[in-house]
Design a binder for this molecule. Structure first.
Ligand code: ARG
Length: 591
């Protein structure tokens, strides 16, 4: 991702610039600069460049070394191996660079040079149905990707493509029509209580209407006719349907609130939102020949998509009975998102099991010209949440796990951990409950986001709320410990960078890791891989822990060292806080 250099360039950026300047004939060749264990940085780009320019890589590397400015930035540079450059930077440059970064509200993270418009499809539960563990990942991943992209400067529009249309509504609406008070509310304003009440109303109504549907043939008939009325846009029918949608949204919003996520009503554009486009979508596909009639159904065929019998598996856009399916809606949504919303990137945070559907939908949209060359469409396919037995997560009775139950349990477990640790802090019950919630929800999100998207992971609360290891709790405690040190230093000493000081190895390691924050954010925003941000933060907390063990802060030898170490603590804290916020995780000040 091309970025404007901000005032607070990283060491990485400054070095990359110096390398390019040292070899003007290479043009804008990437020096392939990386952090390295041998020195501070290693540049491997000379190999590819020598190949391109037709020279010897070691010689080329030698020329670069000669061309590099000495002093300020670079302490030492060596040619090694086939033509790598091992570069050590000066302590002064490290501290100065970090100081500039600390002075910047964005911690030196530049905004994209050419931001685009991303429409992201995430958190898409289904109306009149309970949210279960399968809805967790789309919400958690989607929320983080939105935050990361927005921070990087992209314009982001969310779309919650909820399942709010289909024949199942005929039965529900008919039942409600015959039992009008079934969705009335008893409880007051409290969002969680009314959310739960909404779901229990919907559940009760679903069961009762199902029972009647199975037992009473005349009701069954009336329910079927109701589907026809719904599709024909009959006003009374639509009004009842709307009540189901509203009731469900009440419930969804209460679950999202528990997940500490802001879902905006204007972004909830469900399947029904594209109804008016479906007929035209089909007509355009048929007229252009992208789709053809096959046994009455409107189908799109692909050379490389075949069933087990070797026959092609088409994407069915319209069924032979005239009904429109999931694909027609998604194709219409693409037309809307590109044509009306002006998206140049379309993202879909959807279960990997829908991979074939999206492959066919994207390909169809390309053929139809709805996805022009400059627009990319990407599914971020995620793996399954597994139980400890390694199978898709189920309750002991073998039923799907309600998302709310799972979150409540995480909160309860985290609250116990917080309570046990908080004795010294003298937290009130209310504070313990608040932190328990932040730690529990953070634990669930972090376990999800620290796994690369495509992989399955085991939902194991023991591990998730553990104080040690790669968990959000570990990161939250590292943050809280930093805040406690800063409080303790109080007025006696302030955080201040001292570039004149030599750095101890643990200070250098921490500082150099802090320096890469901007690159990590740019990379994660470009590749949609939040797990790399999680890994960065975990590594940050680890190098901080080493620093803290090896370098006394308040007890450091000189007042300047105290200030400089407090400065490192403060910047670490701010970086942790910003990084965690991008993952949707809170960092309590005291824990
Ligand atoms: N509601 C769907 C489900 O629960 C997910 C929708 C995904 N988004 C989309 N544009 N198809 O499986």
């Amino acid at each position: 991702m091309a970025s404007v250099p901000s005032l607070a360039s990283s060491l990485h950026q400054r070095l990359a610039d110096a390398l390019s300047a040292a070899l003007p004939e290479a043009g804008a060749a990437d020096p392939l600069l990386r952090r390295s264990d041998r020195a501070d940085f290693q540049a491997n780009g000379m190999l590819a460049l020598a190949k391109k320019l037709g020279g010897n890589p070691r010689e080329l590397a030698g020329k670069v070394v000669e061309g590099l400015p000495s002093g300020e930035l670079i302490d030492k540079v060596e040619v090694s191996g086939p033509g790598f450059l091992n570069i050590t930077v000066t302590d002064r440059a490290i501290t100065e660079t970090l100081a500039a970064r600390a002075a910047d509200e964005r911690l030196g993270v530049p905004v994209m040079e050419k931001p685009g418009t991303t429409v992201i499809d995430w958190a898409q539960p289904n109306v009149a149905k309970e949210m279960h563990v399968g809805h967790l990942r789309s919400a958690v991943i989607g929320d983080a990707v939105v935050k990361i992209l927005e921070f990087a400067g992209e314009k982001v529009i969310s779309r919650h493509h909820i399942g709010d249309w289909g024949t199942q509504f005929g039965m529900l609406i008919q039942y409600l029509l015959e039992h009008p008070h079934e969705l009335d509310h008893k409880s007051g304003e409290d969002a969680t209580a009314s959310g739960e009440e909404a779901m229990s109303n919907l559940n009760r109504l679903y069961k009762a209407s199902r029972a009647l549907f199975d037992a009473d043939a005349e009701f069954k008939d009336r329910a079927r006719r109701r589907v026809v009325d719904l599709q024909a846009g009959d006003e009374e029918t639509l009004a009842l349907w709307q009540r189901f949608v509203d009731e469900s949204k009440l419930y969804f919003y209460s679950v999202f609130a528990k997940l500490d996520m802001e879902i905006r009503d204007e972004n909830v554009v469900g399947e029904s939102g594209y109804n008016a486009m479906l007929a035209e979508t089909c007509r355009l596909l048929e007229e252009s020949g992208v789709a053809v009639r096959s046994n009455g159904a409107l189908c799109v065929f692909f050379d490389d998509v075949k069933g087990p019998d070797g026959n092609p598996t088409p994407l069915i856009v319209q069924k032979s009975d005239g009904g429109y399916g999931y694909a027609a809606t998604d194709l219409s949504a693409i037309r809307d998102r590109v044509g009306e919303l002006g998206a140049d990137s379309l993202l879909y945070v959807v279960d990997a099991r829908q991979g074939l559907h999206f492959k066919m939908v994207f390909e169809t949209a390309r053929r139809a010209g709805w996805l022009p060359d400059g627009v990319k469409a990407v599914q971020l396919p995620f793996g399954t949440v597994l139980g400890k037995d390694g199978k898709p997560f189920k309750t002991r009775e073998g039923e799907t796990v309600r998302l709310v139950d799972l979150l409540d349990e995480a909160i309860a477990r985290a609250t116990a951990v917080v309570r046990e640790k908080s004795e010294k802090l003298g937290l009130t019950d209310e504070e313990i409950a608040e932190r328990g919630t932040q730690v529990g929800i953070g634990a669930v999100k972090y376990a999800d986001l620290s796994t690369s998207l495509g992989r399955d992971y085991v939902f194991d609360l023991d591990r998730m709320v553990s104080l040690n290891g790669d968990t959000s709790v570990y990161l939250q405690y590292a943050y809280a410990r930093i805040q406690s040190i800063l409080r303790k230093a109080g007025d006696a000493a302030s955080a201040k960078a001292h570039p004149e000081l030599a750095l101890a190895p643990a200070e250098r390691a921490l500082a150099l890791h802090l320096d890469t924050f901007a690159e990590v954010i740019s990379e994660v925003a470009a590749s949609y891989e939040p797990h790399k941000l999680a890994a960065y933060l975990y590594q940050l907390a680890s190098v901080y822990t080493t620093f803290y063990a090896e370098c006394p802060v308040i007890q450091a030898e000189t007042p300047e060292m105290v200030e400089n170490r407090l400065f490192l603590c403060d910047l670490t804290g701010r970086t942790l806080r910003q990084g965690m916020a991008l993952l949707g995780i809170r960092t309590p000040e005291r824990l």
